[in-house]
Write a protein that binds this ligand. Structure first.
Ligand SMILES: Nc1nc(=O)c2c([nH]1)NC[C@@H]1CN(c3ccc(C(=O)N[C@@H](CCC(=O)O)C(=O)O)cc3)CN21
Ligand SMILES: CC(C)C(=O)C(=O)O
Ligand SMILES: [Mg+2]
Length: 278
């Protein structure tokens, strides 16, 4: 909402980030978010100028190998958050509240968010849900926790939504705008939209003072987010339509692993320069 909800410069000495996402929106500048779940990706993405890093509950899929985001727990999230927060020098570090850690009550949400911040050193948290989450967002925001609201397709509700489906088509677009405004009023400093039609995301972005971030939400959001294993081409198999492969890291690693295997088999590795003299 107003200045009050606009983020924040974390007070850690090493942080030199001075421009907020809110200011970038006001200047008409786009910002970028990538997921990260470990130290090296955090370090690299931060160095590249990615403004914000998300330790998503997508770590359930992309770190732990679960089929959905539902099984991942706070205890599984926190070490990953700590690794990213420790390595990022500039980026805003946002951690997902996992399924079951915030839906029960605003008090439960606060306790979980506080763990992500105290033990994980996250700067902000993200939670899924529309207007019904407004009281929770308000409770967190009033108690000093910056909140990103995640609307549209919310993977933690995939069983209730009937699978991976675009949300906010047709008439539902107006509802999406109202939902986003309610969350902004509750104190969300940013609204993330997943798999919504581009015109609906544009309408939300224009209706809000706070910045929006899109994934599969068209080109008119204030920022964009991708899961890093998708953007880097690490994963095997089918990618969502909204994911653009900016590199083919899977092939790079596959070729490297095959070359290593081959060199060990043939005796070419280790060579003299990799061995210690007596
Ligand atoms: N690697 C990865 N990338 C993600 O974007 C992602 C995760 N994991 N895990 C958590 C959620 C799940 N998400 C997903 C996963 C799959 C689709 C998908 O397959 N979408 C299809 C169908 C869309 C439709 O039917 O309308 C697509 O083609 O985009 C979408 C979002 C987004 N998140
Ligand atoms: C897909 C993004 C927005 C997310 O919530 C995650 O990575 O968990
Ligand atoms: Mg998530």
């Amino acid at each position: 909402m107003s200045e009050e909800a606009a983020p924040y410069r974390a007070s850690e000495r090493k942080r030199v980030r001075t421009v907020t996402l809110q200011q970038m929106k006001e200047r008409g500048e786009r910002f970028t978010m990538l997921t990260s779940y470990d130290m090296y990706t955090a370090e690299i993405f931060d160095e590249a100028g990615i403004e914000t890093l998300l330790i998503g509950d997508s770590a359930g899929n992309n770190v732990y190998g679960y089929e959905t985001t539902l099984p991942i727990t706070l205890d599984e999230m926190i070490p990953l958050v700590r690794a990213v927060a420790g390595a990022a020098k500039h980026a805003l570090v946002v951690a997902d509240l996992p399924f079951g850690s915030y839906q029960e009550s605003p008090a439960q949400a606060f306790a979980s968010a506080a763990r992500l911040m105290k033990e994980g050193r996250a700067h902000a948290v993200k939670l899924e849900g529309g207007a019904h989450m407004a009281p929770t967002v308000e409770h967190l925001a009033k108690n000093g926790i910056p909140v990103v609201a995640h609307i549209g397709f919310t993977p933690q509700s995939e069983h209730a939504l009937g699978g991976y489906r675009v949300q906010g088509r047709g008439d539902a677009a107006a509802r999406l705008v109202e939902e986003a405004k309610t969350l902004e009023r509750a104190g969300a400093f940013c609204v993330l939209m997943e798999m919504v039609p581009a015109p609906a995301a544009k309408a939300v972005t224009e209706a809000l003072r706070v910045p929006t971030i899109g994934i599969g939400a068209g080109p008119d959001c204030d920022g964009q987010v991708l899961v890093w294993q998708d953007f880097a081409g690490l994963r095997d198999g089918r990618y969502p339509r909204f994911a653009k492969k900016f590199a083919d890291v899977r092939t790079v690693l596959l070729d490297a692993a095959r070359a290593y295997h081959e060199d060990v088999s043939s005796g070419a590795f280790p060579a003299t320069e990799h061995s210690f003299e007596n």
